[in-house]
Design a binder for this molecule. Structure first.
Ligand SMILES: *Cc1c(COP(=O)(O)O)cnc(C)c1O
Length: 457
């Protein structure tokens, strides 16, 4: 039995156009065009209302790590819905799914983490961090320490505080952001630089820009630094190896809190449980969401290190912050089922030792295509850059929208990826098989050829 009444594609498109405002969308453009209606999914494939089968190279939106149609996740939701569909964790209440998940998460994370705070999304998680960081420094008797340093082109969510943490100029411009006390430094994006430094020199320089900002703001005013281990929405920006160790040194030296936004990189995407494990940092906070439930239900949260949690607990005083759906029991039950599945099927090790290296080698071979100027992939998170000239790495002018053209050819040939300017990005589900990886790569070659034809007329 379908949960939703079945209509024709046209009817759905019409209703969608008339009643539904989409996120991150040019409403005029979508009103003139039509939305793609996805009706079902299985494994690594999604199906649209026309019956097209599309390999989901983005895991939904970086979240469906376990793949679609996983019965044990579905069963966990059904059972929990019957047992206790909702209760809050305000007013000194709790319930087994939130308790069990909190304990399980801390088992999976670095030893400084023994506590989590639940939210409903990644944006809410980062809002929570802004408030908790500032509360921590207040309790420490250093209320002037309120400034958080982030990076240009970072993505930390869409709420007012999370968008302020983010470094997307277009988002800031639309609504008078950032809020006070949030400043930005350069991203560690070697390809986007003038490339006059080696990658490692550039990584050190990018990290040192944090130190310069600390000195500019005044070390006594700086509360924290936040970064995605690998910037996702910004275009899968893999920092040079030299970057994170230097960032850690700077945070340690100035005593500022390190926040790792693990909304994409958490729970295995890089072949380690967390991006902090992959890059050997020791954060004081980690934000999570997306992959914790493989997207089957919304859930987010924050890992809070003992350094901070101990102060909150010792000093006391109410932390005036929380969400109706903090620790939603059904979301937590789904997260537990999802994480157990990832453990039982050894999916994190599979990314490190098997499908990760398999896809990476084929991905890097795309660099032989005349249009591809750079390839990068860590675990199952990758990107390539479309360039006009392979030697100078000169890009196509922005009007040509080479990335979008390529993305459309990918989709037209049955593979979903995303374009960020002329960067094409990819993050397939952890369960991707070798033959599905072959299919993804073959379609990418074909789409690149078609893109080259389209750009040369
Ligand atoms: C998606 C994302 C967020 C925001 O998560 P939402 O659940 O969409 O609010 C935050 N940080 C990163 C790194 C993300 O990729």
């Amino acid at each position: 039995m379908a949960a939703i009444e079945k209509r024709s594609r046209n009817e759905w498109q019409e209703l969608d156009k008339n009643h539904h405002l989409h996120p991150f969308t040019d409403h005029k453009q979508l009103h003139e065009q039509r939305s793609r209606i996805i009706t079902r999914a299985e494994g690594v494939y999604i199906y649209d209302a026309d019956g097209n089968k599309i390999l989901d190279g983005m895991s939904g939106l970086w979240c469906v790590n376990a793949g679609y149609g996983r019965q044990e996740i579905i069963d966990a939701a059904t059972v929990q819905m019957n047992e206790l569909p909702y209760y809050n964790s305000f007013f000194q209440c709790s319930h087994p799914p939130a308790i069990e998940l909190a304990a399980m998460l801390n088992e999976l994370s670095q030893p400084q983490f023994n506590r989590v705070f639940f939210a409903g999304s990644g944006s809410e998680s980062n809002d929570t961090i802004v408030r908790m960081v500032r509360t921590y420094w207040d309790l420490m008797g250093q209320p002037e320490r309120h400034t958080i340093i982030s990076r240009n082109n970072a993505y930390h969510g869409s709420t007012v505080a999370a968008a302020s943490l983010g470094g997307m100029k277009s988002m800031h411009k639309q609504s008078g952001l950032p809020i006070p006390g949030i400043v930005h430094v350069d991203q560690p994006h070697w390809f986007a630089s003038d490339r006059s430094l080696s990658r490692d020199e550039f990584g050190i320089a990018a990290a040192r820009s944090i130190e310069e900002k600390i000195k500019e703001v005044g070390p006594e005013s700086v509360a924290a630094f936040i970064g995605e281990p690998i910037q996702g929405a910004g275009g899968v920006v893999v920092p040079p190896d030299s970057y994170w160790p230097e960032v850690q040194r700077i945070c340690d030296e100035y005593g500022i809190l390190l926040i790792s936004d693990e909304v994409i990189t958490g729970f295995g995407r890089l072949g380690e449980w967390f991006g902090a494990d992959y890059f050997s940092t020791r954060p004081d906070f980690m934000a999570f969401a997306k992959g914790v439930t493989s997207g089957y239900l919304p859930l987010g949260g924050v890992f809070v290190s003992d350094r901070v949690a101990d102060v909150l607990i010792e000093k006391g005083g109410e932390f005036f912050h929380g969400y109706t759906y903090s620790g939603h029991p059904v979301s937590c039950a789904v997260a537990i089922a999802n994480l157990k599945l990832i453990q039982r099927e050894n999916l994190v090790a599979r990314i490190k030792d098997d499908i990760g290296p398999y896809l990476q080698s084929k991905w890097h071979a795309l660099a032989d295509h005349p249009l591809v100027g750079d390839t990068r992939m860590v675990g199952l998170m990758g990107a390539f850059e479309i360039v006009k000239d392979k030697d100078s790495l000169e890009c196509f002018d922005k009007e040509r929208r080479a990335g979008t053209i390529c993305r459309d050819h990918l989709l037209g040939n049955g593979v979903c990826m995303r374009a960020v300017g002329d960067t094409v990005i990819c993050a397939p589900p952890f369960v991707l098989s070798h033959s599905e990886a072959d299919e993804l790569i073959e379609t990418t070659w074909k789409a690149l050829d078609l893109t080259q034809q389209a750009l040369s007329v």
